[in-house]
Structures are given as structure tokens and as C-alpha cells.
Design a protein around this ligand. Structure first.
Ligand code: DQQ
Length: 494
């Protein structure tokens, strides 16, 4: 067992009583977390790197944190992988990037920040991804393409095609729009700019606003198609995540489907990897929706989403499902079947409650105009989070406007379209974890929100229907076991 220093003992004591600290999502023991980075399965073990400030719960002095897992559920914290080196191209931060195996050598391509400069850098490991050596040739690309007036140039997705390396870098072209720039290389160290892999006009708003710049591009083959996922930034703040599904030929990408891997307000900067089972697994950063002071006071900020398996539906849409490995956390189960849900108010569940639950509810819309679930409801209903399906608009949303009596947290209604064919049921698959609501609907849409209930009794569950009768075919509820050992038993270098 690790001997804790006084500061760590304080953090441990705080963590154990913190009602908002997740119990089975990944997060560092303390400090700041943002984007997932360098996702890779190495000799069977999953490695998760992440944007991290070990000094406190704010975005500053960005390092790469590191953890590993054999099962995608239980993680072991490892020493920090990358830290800014004074006087070097990453002296002000080691920003996002990815990891690949280069003839057996683990290799990271990341963005080094030095003052205003943000440029690609490289590091390699010779000891199972624990110690990283930065290239003396960093930055490995010395400037953005000279013929483009770029507004940002950072974040990397690298792949190999028949022995040749390619990468896309997130960017935006002034007064034109967001883009992902394509490069090629024979050795990961010398890169030739080809052209924009894909881009959109800055004014485009339908079906989604594609914005002036893209961060964290993630490009990969899925089935017989290719997918580009980007994080839209408006120059001031993160906006949303967008997925484009289409074809990649002759190093050009064309898309015929635009969607989002997650319609929630709190999901950003996702990255994915292919594992040895051939699955494409994605994680994203679940941002905080409370004030900076509250984050600093908590001593931690930012959580990783659950691992999500990406696939294509028969119609070619991107589907997102929770990794089946998560079932290992299921504890006590309650089950309801065949409940008619008349539009006469709320059906509160007796004797079933919790802040760390998995719920699978199958609804038949019947004659309802809307129906859904209530979670984290206080006994008097003053706090509650609503998951609502609008049958006319075929739109699913999470409404956090009454999730907390604390007026200092962001709240709103966020969602997306989930079309149902006549007679089709809606499966709401919900993971609650203290301050997280992570919702999967028919594996076609995801919505993730952060909530901060203020009352100890905001644990209740309910379901409702409006405008007509819906039917709850079945609802399973599991208590979720913590994925972490008690904080003070976490081994640092296991
Ligand atoms: N986060 C990183 C950047 C990236 C942004 C900095 C996205 O590399 O563009 O922490 O959240």
C-alpha cells in the first residue's frame, strides 16, 4: 500500500466524502483532467493517457497523465508520461495527441506549446510506455502550411497505410472554416503536407454548426467506411462534437452523414482506438459544469467517459454502445415489467434509488406525446433530472434545469434526434455516477450531462408519460460497484 503524504491524505479524506466524485468512471486522484490522449492497447493492456494538471483543478501546465487497464473498467494509475520541458518546444504544455507502435517502438505524436507556438512533437518509450524520451528534433513540423492562414494547428490522429504514415491535424482557416489537414511521412519524423482531408464552411449550421476550427480530429476506418470525428471550438469555448461518416479514396474524404457521437453539453475531445478484438473504442472528456472556484475547492476537475464501442448500423449510421465489460460492475438488481404509464403524473419507484446506478428501460411510445425517466429526484421533487423523449419531434433530451438547487452550476436541455419506426421501442440505457448522467438510446444516440444535486436525498427514480399512455415493457436497475479501491489503497506504480 502506498504511504500517503499529508497533502494526499487531505485529498483522500475529501474524496471519500465528496458526493460529486465519480465512483466508477476514470479520473486522476487529484488535479485536472481533460482530453483522452494516446489510446493504445500494448501487449494486451489498454493504456489511457490524458491531459492533466497535477498541480490543481484548473487547465494549466498541461502534462500527459497515464493509466492502464486489463479490462477497460479497473484502472491503475501510472507515473506522469510527459511533462513540459523548460526551454523546449513544449515548455508551456504537452497538448493532445495520439500513440502508435512504430516497428515495436511505442511512439507519441503530441502538440508542444511554447508561447504562441503550437507545433507537433514526438516522444518514444523503451520501457513499456512508462518512460518517454522526447525527440531532440522537436518540433517535427516547424510551422503550419505556409499557403494557409490557419487559426489553430494542433492535435493529431496518426495511422499507417501500406507502410506509409499519415496524420491529420486539427485546424481552421481564417474567414473560411474548420478543417483537418492531411500529412504523410515515411518515418513519423519527416512530414510532407498534402491537403485538407476535409473541411466545412464557417457559416454552415445545418444539420450541425461546424464552426471556425476543429480540435482533436480522430480519423479511422469502420467497416467498409471511414469516420472523421472532430471537436468544434468557436474561438472562445468548446461547442460540440461532430461525426462525419463517408468514404476515403486517393487520400480524399467525402462524407454523406453528419451526426454527433454525443449530443450532451459535457462531452468533448473524444479519441478512439482499435483493440485486438477489432473493436473501435472511444472515450471523451466529461467537462465540469460548475464554477472554477468549486472545481478548485473539490481538488479535481474533469472525468473520462465510459469506454464506448463504435459500429455502423445497417443503414450506415454511427452507433455508440457502452463497452460490455462494464457489466462486471453490476451489483444488486431490481426489475419492473409491463407497466402501463398513463399520463396522470409521476410514477415514483419505491425502494429503488441511488447515485451510482445502471438502468435499462424499454418503452413503447403508445399514444403518448412524450415520456421518459426521472433520475436523482429528491423526495419532494425540488431536485430532479429529466430524460424526455418527444414523440412528435422524435427528439430525446436530458433536462438538467432542476438537477441542482445550486444556482452556480450550468443547466439546460440538450439532445438530438432519435427516429423510431412505427412499432419500434425506445431503449434508454443510463449510467448514473454521482455527478454524471451518461445516456445511450437504441445505441444510435448518446447524451452526457454533468449534474450536481445539492440534497442528500436526491436519489429517487421515476417514469412518466404525457398526452397519452406509454408502456414500460421492462426496466432493469443495477447498483453499480465502485471501480476503484479505497483512495488510500491505490498503488501508484503497480
Ligand atoms: N485540449 C488540448 C488541446 C486541444 C484541447 C489542451 C481540446 O490540444 O485542442 O489541453 O479540449
Amino acid at each position: 500500500m502506498t504511504i500517503l503524504q499529508p497533502r494526499e491524505r487531505d485529498a483522500s479524506a475529501r474524496a471519500q466524502i465528496d458526493p460529486h466524485r465519480p465512483r466508477y468512471h476514470f479520473l486522476p486522484r487529484e488535479g485536472w483532467l481533460n482530453d483522452p490522449n494516446g489510446l493504445i492497447q500494448w501487449k494486451g493492456t489498454y493504456h489511457l493517457f490524458y491531459q492533466h494538471n497535477p498541480d490543481g483543478a484548473w487547465h494549466g501546465t498541461i502534462h500527459w497523465g497515464h493509466a492502464k487497464s486489463r479490462d477497460l473498467v479497473h484502472w491503475t494509475h501510472l507515473p506522469i508520461a510527459l511533462a513540459p520541458t523548460p526551454g523546449s518546444p513544449d515548455e508551456d504544455g504537452c497538448f493532445s495527441g495520439c500513440a502508435v507502435g512504430d516497428h515495436g517502438v511505442p511512439t507519441i505524436i503530441y502538440t508542444g506549446v511554447q508561447g504562441e507556438r503550437q507545433l507537433p512533437c514526438l516522444a518514444t518509450s523503451d520501457d513499456e510506455l512508462i518512460t518517454w524520451h522526447k525527440s531532440p528534433r522537436n518540433p517535427i513540423i516547424v510551422a503550419p502550411p505556409s499557403d494557409l492562414d490557419t487559426v489553430i494547428f494542433r492535435d493529431h490522429s496518426v495511422w499507417n497505410e501500406a507502410g506509409v504514415w499519415y496524420q491529420v491535424i486539427g485546424s481552421g482557416i481564417k474567414d473560411v472554416g474548420a478543417t483537418a489537414l492531411l500529412y504523410r511521412s515515411d518515418d513519423l519524423r519527416h512530414w510532407e503536407y498534402l491537403h485538407p482531408l476535409y473541411g466545412r464552411d464557417k457559416g454552415q449550421s445545418e444539420p450541425m454548426r461546424t464552426g471556425p476550427m476543429w480540435e482533436c480530429p480522430d480519423f479511422f476506418a469502420l467497416g467498409n467506411r471511414h469516420v472523421l470525428i472532430v471537436s468544434v471550438h468557436d474561438g472562445v469555448a468548446p461547442v460540440s462534437t461532430i461525426s462525419f461518416v463517408g468514404h476515403y479514396e486517393q487520400h480524399r474524404f467525402t462524407s454523406d452523414r453528419t451526426g454527433s457521437p454525443d449530443f450532451g453539453a459535457s462531452f468533448y475531445a473524444p479519441q478512439s482506438m482499435t483493440d485486438t478484438q477489432g473493436r473501435r473504442i472511444m472515450w471523451g472528456w466529461l467537462r465540469e459544469e460548475r464554477r472554477r472556484e468549486a472545481q478548485r475547492a473539490a481538488g479535481w476537475s474533469g472525468v473520462m467517459s465510459l469506454p464506448r464501442v463504435l459500429s455502423l448500423s445497417p443503414a450506415g449510421a454511427l452507433t455508440v454502445a457502452p463497452a460490455p465489460e462494464l457489466r462486471v460492475l453490476r451489483g444488486k438488481r431490481d426489475r419492473l415489467v409491463d407497466r402501463v404509464v398513463p399520463p396522470d403524473g409521476l410514477h415514483v419507484m419505491e425502494g429503488v434509488e441511488g447515485a451510482a446506478l445502471e438502468i435499462v428501460a424499454d418503452f413503447e411510445p403508445g399514444g403518448a406525446t412524450a415520456f421518459g425517466l426521472l433520475v436523482r429526484r429528491s423526495s419532494d421533487g425540488r431536485e430532479e433530472t429529466r430524460i424526455v423523449y418527444d414523440c412528435h419531434q422524435q427528439r430525446l433530451a436530458i433536462d438538467t434545469q432542476r438537477s441542482s438547487l445550486d444556482t452556480n452550476v450550468h443547466a439546460g436541455v440538450h439532445g438530438g434526434t432519435v427516429p423510431l419506426a412505427p412499432g419500434e421501442t425506445l431503449r434508454l440505457h443510463v449510467f448514473l455516477d454521482q455527478s454524471i448522467v451518461e445516456l445511450f438510446a437504441n445505441d444510435l444516440a448518446c447524451i452526457t450531462e454533468r449534474i450536481y444535486p445539492s440534497r442528500a436525498d436526491s436519489l429517487g427514480l421515476g417514469f412518466f408519460s404525457e398526452g397519452g399512455t406509454a408502456k414500460l415493457r421492462s426496466m432493469d436497475i443495477w447498483e453499480m460497484q465502485p471501480a476503484w479501491p479505497p483512495w488510500n489503497e491505490i498503488n501508484v506504480t503497480e
